[in-house]
Design a protein around this ligand. Structure first.
Ligand SMILES: Cc1ncc(COP(=O)(O)O)c(C=O)c1O
Length: 374
């Protein structure tokens, strides 16, 4: 079994995709076609957000947002040290300095205490990442941003559909940035993304920047880029969006089974299971355990040898990446998570047999170590 297998999920809807694609092939409007606008409206309704824009990827959603906020050389952008590269890479690409805050051990999200310690007069924005599908402490970040006159950006690449106190991820900040990379809960057939905002001025700027900063056509108001969404992607995402809550429901059922069946290993101090924080609904884009006693890599090999896909998100925190050597700092929790975290298959179409084989293999691994967890 792979860490993620999309064949069943996409197979179920194949007929609908082909019917829609065939319509688009016949009318031939392949970029920013009517399906993109329809997708933007559907997502705006789903999120209860005023404005949305379909873009070319989650990375470009972040880049476009920072560009619209005029963030550049001399500015600092605070973000977690434990996340996918592009959260910080986008700030660096614009000449700004990413400043890494450590994360919490329990929810893998940015630490408010470390954010407070690292805010400086140069800070222009905080990027909060809802890692693995759980919303970070947006209320605390908002308070910090308002107090310090800085922008808040949510990186929702892994959290489409996640809520905090009943509010959708992406709708707390000035701008929410989404990815529809195939492995996300709402995954396309390639790259695409979306930004959402309630701020009309930012929306208008992002709309112009999305197409080379031009308005009207061939008259360039800003230096923008090609951040446009393909019609085919939007068409298939429109179809899949109607199934998203069901996908999240199945991921939740799978996660709950792991939580129930693996708790004895946690009680024995061998692993730590992921926690859902008060007020949060988790979308389980990843089910990530922490493996103690320096055994993570051994467990990973053990599972791989038995045909069970698993992955390390992420093996090296951003403060230790070669390209960020000049921003090097110490982030003890991020570094610990990089040594201990292991993500297990949790995708919606896993069968009970799949799940029980993962659970049995993990238990066998630890019983083989002759520890007294039984
Ligand atoms: C936390 C996070 N941010 C941003 C991105 C970037 O999204 P994309 O791959 O669509 O550019 C990803 C995707 O892997 C991600 O996991």
């Amino acid at each position: 079994m792979k860490l993620l297998d999309l064949v069943v999920q996409n197979g179920e809807l194949k007929g609908k995709f082909i019917e829609k694609f065939s319509e688009i092939i016949d009318y031939g409007h392949f970029i920013l076609g009517p399906e993109v606008e329809q997708f933007e409206r559907n997502v705006a309704d789903y999120l209860s957000s005023k404005y949305t824009l379909g873009v070319s990827s989650g990375t470009d959603a972040l880049l476009l947002t920072l560009m619209a906020m005029n963030i550049g050389p001399g500015d600092e952008v605070l973000c977690p040290g434990y996340t996918f590269f592009c959260t910080a890479g986008c700030a660096a690409r614009l000449g700004a300095n990413p400043v890494f805050a450590d994360v919490n051990c329990d929810d893998f999200c940015i630490s408010i205490a470390d954010l407070k310690a690292k805010i400086s007069p140069k800070t222009r924005a905080i990027i909060g990442v809802h890692l693995f599908g759980q919303v970070c402490d947006c209320e605390a970040i908002l308070e910090l941003c308002e107090k310090n006159g800085i922008k808040f950006i949510e990186d929702c690449a892994q959290s489409f559909g996640a809520k905090r106190n009943g509010k959708q991820s992406g709708t707390f900040a000035n701008v929410g940035c989404f990815s529809f990379f195939p492995s996300k809960n709402l995954g396309g057939f390639g790259d695409s993304g979306l930004v959402c905002t309630d701020d009309e001025v930012l929306y208008e700027r992002m709309k112009i920047l999305r197409t080379h900063g031009m308005k009207p056509r061939y008259f360039h108001k800003y230096v923008g880029g090609n951040f446009r969404m393909d019609t085919l992607q939007a068409a298939l995402l429109n179809i899949k969006l109607g199934h998203l809550d069901r996908y999240i429901g199945s991921r939740t059922r799978n996660a709950e089974l792991y939580l129930e069946k693996l708790v004895e290993l946690e009680s024995a101090g061998l692993i730590t299971l992921p926690r859902v924080m008060a007020g949060n609904s988790h979308t389980w884009n990843q089910f990530t355990i922490k493996v103690h006693g320096n055994r993570r890599d051994e467990l990973r090999r053990y599972l791989s040898d038995r045909g069970i896909g698993c992955e390390i998100y992420y093996p090296l925190p951003l403060n230790k990446q070669e390209c960020f050597a000049k921003y090097a700092s110490q982030l003890p929790i991020s570094e610990q998570l990089a040594r201990e975290s292991l993500s297990l298959p949790v995708y919606p179409e896993l069968t009970p047999a799949h799940l029980s084989s993962v659970i049995s293999a993990i238990k066998e691994f630890f019983s083989g170590l002759k520890r007294s967890w039984t």
